[in-house]
Design a protein around this ligand. Structure first.
Ligand SMILES: C[S@@+](CC[C@H](N)C(=O)[O-])C[C@H]1O[C@@H](n2cnc3c(N)ncnc32)[C@H](O)[C@@H]1O
Length: 282
């Protein structure tokens, strides 16, 4: 199967056609079965059909993922139905995947200044990020989703400092054996804001390009020859791969989303070329 292509096909058929063990990283967000208004896909099937299908996705993906590969599964629920991601993770577990890391994608966080302690460079309260506000007496706004990091044996070494964050207290640099630079493990709470989009949203459920970018870097770009996104949508994972210089393959059943993905890829490649030419000139 040719690389750096998005195929308009069902992901189960697409994965069947791939070579066994050929993928280093799978990063994806499937439909959550919460009634999103996709153009082609019906996001309102029964729970048991949905979980069976997610089980099939897990089983089929196991064959194409390399033994030292990582599967980053982004999935969330709704305030009324918070079990969805846990139930789906259970299907992956049944098929033999190990849950190596349970990462929380934080979409928004509020920290009042008094809770911050001695951070002298922060002067006021912090409230960052976007979420869909709900009007409910029972439920809080849903400000996070999961990124389940699955692997075959639970022992895939990560390149944690590739997505490391600077030490707040610089005296920690060098204190720890591994700490030669001003970077520490980001931990399993990843704040990833949505990109601001001014025009009409072309797809009801995208993730920010930052999400697949962090996942691929966490696995290790050097150990990543091929990335797969079985539910490619409008191409966020492909854009992350282009920026990181790694090959990708995607599947998407909806021709209109695929067309948007291809437009975004063309624009990204054009802007990369322009930047490269400018670097040559200056
Ligand atoms: C949550 S969205 C993924 C969005 C993507 N992460 C992005 O940022 O653009 C899920 C996508 O899966 C697609 N889809 C649904 N069933 C599929 C199938 N059987 N095979 C491939 N794609 C499918 C839907 O059309 C939808 O675009």
């Amino acid at each position: 199967m040719e690389r750096n292509r998005i195929y308009e096909t069902d992901c189960l058929d697409g994965m069947e056609a791939m070579e066994a063990g050929s993928v280093d990283v799978i990063v994806t967000s499937p439909p959550y079965n919460i009634g999103k208004g996709y153009t082609t896909y019906d996001d309102t099937i029964t729970r048991s059909d949905y979980l069976d299908w997610m089980g099939e996705v897990a089983e089929t993906s196991l064959r194409v993922l390399s033994d030292r590969g990582s599967f980053f599964l982004n999935i969330g629920g709704t305030p009324k139905d918070p079990w969805i991601p846990i139930d789906v993770a259970g299907e992956f577990r049944k098929k033999g995947y190990h849950l190596q890391n349970m990462i929380h994608w934080i979409k928004s966080i509020a920290i009042p200044r008094p809770d911050m302690g001695s951070y002298n460079n922060i002067t006021g309260d912090i409230a960052v990020g976007h979420f869909k506000p709900i009007n409910s007496k029972r439920f809080h706004n849903d400000c996070h989703e999961f990124i389940f990091h699955f692997s075959k044996q639970g022992d895939v070494p990560l390149d944690k400092l590739a997505i490391g964050v600077p030490y707040q207290d610089k005296s920690n640099i060098g204190r720890w054996k591994a700490a030669g630079s001003d970077l520490r493990d980001r931990g399993n709470t990843w704040f990833i804001p949505y990109e601001t989009i001014n025009e009409r949203r072309p797809h009801p459920a995208v993730f920010p390009i930052g999400l697949p970018t962090l996942c691929i870097k966490d696995h290790g770009v050097e150990r990543c020859s091929l990335v797969l996104d079985p539910f490619m949508g409008i191409g966020s994972t492909a854009l992350a791969c282009i920026r990181l210089g790694v090959d990708y393959i995607g599947f998407e059943i909806d021709p209109s989303y695929r067309a948007i993905a291809l437009d975004r890829i063309c624009a990204e490649e054009k802007s990369l070329r322009t930047r490269a030419e400018q670097n040559i000139l200056f």
